[in-house]
Design a protein around this ligand. Sequence first.
Ligand code: PMP
Length: 418
Amino acid sequence: MDLREAARYSLADFFVGDTDDILAPPAEYTEWRAATTWATALYERSMLGAPASRVAVEANGDKWPVINLASYNYLGLATHPETVAAAKAALDQYGTGACGSPILSGMTDLHRELETELAKFLGRESVMLFNSGYGGALGALSGLLRKGDACIVDAKSHLCLIDGTRLSGAALVTFAHNDARALDAALSRAKGKRRLVVLEGIYSMDGDVGALPELVAVAEAHGAPVFIDEAHSILTLGARGRGAVESCGVEGRIGLQYATFSKAFASVGSFVAGSKATLDYLRFYANPYGFSCALPPPVVAAVLAGLRVATRDDLLRVRLRENAAYFRRQLHAIGLDTGESTSHVVPIILGKHRELLYMLSYALLARGLFVAPVDYPSVPDDQVRFRASITAAHTKAELDEALDILELTVARALRAAA
Ligand code: PMP
């Protein structure tokens, strides 16, 4: 298989194979992986330090110093002195791990403190913590939805929301992205069933914000509760950082607010915030909660310290917004397409040029820029892209250096290909 032929395939082509042995992957997959080692080596790359705005990455046995536009460390909390000190202190007091499910022995006073502070911050009755973002969404949806229910999900929703719905046995109904009329039609079609509407704050591949005022109004008109995934918007959107529900003015009208600790909180895990009655039920029916170890206390301490740093004032959020707006404006000035993005998640869309995506990734690394390539099936086949994550920690000089590299590589290559 030569390079040109290999570029015609994607992971979606090998999901179903024809081997008799479950442990033997399809022969064509193995051949394709061998032919595309140069491209797939871009994934699972080793970072040789903290996910800060500058980092070294490992490639071909060498260290490459890069400006990092690939990490979700949106507020720079991964290396903030207060989050690091809190994690170290918790390590001394509580040890490395919780060593038990929260239901049995994994809960600590630190976990309870984080639940209480998050609930207070969001103005909700109750909060429960999960040890993963993906697992939290999976647990919350599969813990509440039942066979016979309908889960009405925006077409651009993250896979954890889709998988949680599938696991529950509820009908999965998608509606056109951010389209209030399509949501209305989907809710009407599912009339008579218990229905849940699932939305996101910032969509992770496009960087646009959920059209919450319109969509929440439609859900309310149908009497359907709303679940919102604020993975990329918690601490970053809203004047005080309470997410898209705050920036869109729909706080108090959302049944369940879910967000991860892996992005602006710069850690790992997630939480769901809602009424005490809902969460008292969910704690015993969300299997990723009851049947999996609680978050390690040093992680909980770092998240708690991060919450305090990020809500003490609005400086980090303001800097993030200024950086993101500047970066998007400058990308447009060099002729690059950022799609619908209005946030710190900034796609640089290459369209159907998959070969360019991989070749340019190497050129970018060699010039000192690390930005994530995103291929089909994570995005449509004709919309492959780089996805830049802008943070409050990037300096203007770093953003300018990144923009110069993007002009010399991506913008130039796309002009030549046009
Ligand atoms: N929801 C969204 C919208 C996401 O983008 C992600 C991860 N990128 C998740 C949930 C899962 O979060 P985690 O990586 O913390 O498991």
